[in-house]
Design a binder for this molecule. Structure first.
Ligand code: TEU
Ligand code: CA
Length: 562
């Protein structure tokens, strides 16, 4: 039996500060804005809040490029605001996680500025700085945002490594001084009263021992970081040190953004005494992605979706507690991605909500997900701000797409879909700001907004509230939190169904992704269940007779044994 932790039964929420709520009319969401909306989050039932970066940043990658780890960027507020947020959140029983971005910093960070001044000096060793040969870096690795990972240092024959944006130089974790600095900083924040961190892009901190070229996977002669990471061995040593010297002494809650580890390695990451408390399940996120770029990706079907969920549930069982999502600030809106077109309505949104929320693990809700916020359907190129989208767009042009086709090819995956301002009400700019929003507001804000959602008993918001309430209901919480997930009807296309097996209690979760009525039979319900009680339903009525369940199109049910 898994050791119980205070956070297992909670529901977590991710805030993307720039787009949440603007308190001072400059068009940019801020920390005072978050404080103003804490009551809203409490009303929803949120008890853990992950806040994407608010540190000092020139914002080449929206705050994921940090110029001062100890300072709050003025666009987000002040350190006093941050301290007040911690206090106000605590009053409402909400624990705060900040974003820990330590694979890289900003090129405007003091360390990098000093490294540029003297690449062979002390601070040069904080980064990966190499000699160029024939004007080229030592390897053919492609950065996540497109182009080479090596950037020349002006006035020298040297270059530095950046696996993300060129304004995000990678920190050299092999250097004990770097590790010491990071450890100090993490402890400083935890001492302030943070509950913990979401840990950014962490698998990238270990590089291959030798800087070598690998086989190219596109005609640009470069290879993807996925290939590079296969050759990088021993990240665990760094992570173990961070755990022992910073996380463990504070009993911090840490959620790793962990890509590119095998299922076998999962135990080291989130097992007993693992590096982190939990890590996101990205199996569904990755499904359909292509090494060639976004233009070549395919959108997962409901059957793909359920297969991914069940695989992750099976691998993690008895081994660690995953964090479950349908979207985040890097992904398309979940309802626009996992639901078939004709299912993209409130009933379908509730269906998807129930399916992922009832899985074993810590559920995260990304801001706006609880309203049913969708991808923006009408992007124009000049409205896109995200560097990753621009890289993928360029890639399309490079292989001969017209501008219009290139935009059409990347629009669905643009990270800006998740980053459009939160839709608070039906007034101008969706009530997000009194000024001019930094990113365009989704045109559907008059139909989809918090004011409407919180006023209706049958809204997506109300449904999320019910799911969160059920998770806290003492009668069922143990089973929801710790019960084993057991898939059933796996070969029934467009039906996702599973038991959650608790001690002396079973729950049954079923959803119909089909646009037609479906009738399925689960014998156990007829044979050994006394009487099924419907706990969650996105329809008026439910028909369960002798183990035979009649599901309306997009109907979702959570059922308990009486
Ligand atoms: O993301 C890391 C990551 O590997 C991807 O999700 C990446 O952003 C995506 O493939 C590019 O489209 C984290 C953050 O979540 C992301 O916002 C940052 O841009 C990135 O790290 C760099 O800090
Ligand atoms: Ca502001």
């Amino acid at each position: 039996m898994m050791k119980k932790k205070w956070w297992h039964g909670k529901t977590a929420y991710q805030i993307y500060p720039k787009s949440f709520y603007d308190s001072n009319g400059d068009g940019i969401g801020d920390i005072p804005g978050i404080i103003e909306k804490l009551d809203y989050l409490q009303e929803l039932g949120i008890e853990i809040l992950w806040i994407s970066p608010v540190y000092v940043s020139p914002c080449a990658d929206q705050g994921y490029d940090i110029a001062d780890y100890y300072g709050i960027d003025p666009m987000f507020g002040t350190m006093e605001d941050m301290d007040r947020l911690l206090v106000e959140a605590k009053k409402r029983g909400i624990a705060i996680l900040m974003d820990l971005v330590v694979n890289h910093c900003s090129d405007e960070h003091e360390w990098f500025q000093k490294a540029l001044e003297d690449p062979d000096g002390e601070y040069g060793k904080y980064f990966y700085i190499e000699e160029m040969k024939d004007g080229k870096g030592p390897t053919n690795w492609r950065s996540y945002f497109g182009g080479e990972v090596w950037e020349p240092i002006p006035g020298t024959n040297k270059c530095y490594l950046h696996v993300f944006h060129k304004k995000q130089p990678d920190l050299n974790w092999e250097n004990p001084k770097v590790r010491k600095e990071i450890c100090k900083m993490v402890n400083w924040w935890l001492d302030k009263g943070l509950a913990g961190f979401r840990i950014d892009a962490i698998i990238n901190i270990k590089k291959p021992e030798k800087f070598e070229c690998y086989e190219a996977d596109r005609d640009d002669g470069l290879c993807s970081m996925d290939e590079v990471l296969i050759h990088a061995k021993g990240v665990g040593e760094f992570l173990g040190e961070l755990r022992d010297k910073a996380f463990a002494p504070h009993d911090a809650l840490t959620i790793g953004e962990v890509f590119n580890v095998s299922d076998e390695e999962m135990k080291d990451f989130i097992g007993e005494n693992g590096y982190f408390s939990s890590m996101f399940d990205f199996r569904e996120t990755i499904e359909g992605k292509s090494v060639l770029g976004w233009y070549d990706c395919s959108i997962p079907t409901p059957d793909d979706y359920k297969k991914c969920c069940f695989e992750s549930q099976a691998y993690s069982e008895g081994l660690g507690y995953l964090s479950n999502i349908i979207e985040n600030h890097d992904e398309p809106r979940g309802v626009s991605h996992y639901l078939p077109k004709e299912a993209q309505n409130e009933t379908g949104k509730k269906l998807l909500a129930a399916m992922y929320f009832m899985l074993k693990g810590l559920p995260f809700i990304y801001q706006g997900q609880e309203l049913g916020m969708e991808n923006n359907k009408n992007w124009s190129l000049d409205e896109i701000d995200d560097c990753s989208t621009m890289g993928e767009y360029q890639r399309c042009l490079d292989i001969g797409y017209s501008e219009a086709d290139a935009l059409a090819a990347v629009a669905h995956y643009s990270r800006d879909n998740a980053r459009t301002p939160f839709q608070w009400d039906d007034s101008e700019h969706a009530g997000f700001t009194k000024g001019c929003p930094w990113l365009v507001v989704n045109g559907n804000y008059k139909d989809i907004n918090a004011k409407d959602q919180t006023s209706r008993g049958d809204s997506v918001f109300a449904f999320y509230k019910e799911l969160i309430g059920l998770r806290k209901n003492p009668k069922y919480a143990e089973t929801i939190i710790y019960g084993k997930t057991e898939p059933v009807l796996v070969d029934e296309s467009n039906i996702m169904a599973y038991f959650r097996r608790g001690e002396g209690q079973n729950l049954f979760v079923i959803g119909n992704f089909d646009h037609e009525r479906r009738i399925v039979t689960v014998e156990e319900l007829a044979v050994s269940w006394k009487e099924p009680v419907v706990l969650i339903n996105n329809y008026e009525g439910a028909r369960i007779e002798n183990g035979t369940i009649t599901l309306e199109p997009l109907q979702a049910l959570v059922v308990a044994e009486n």
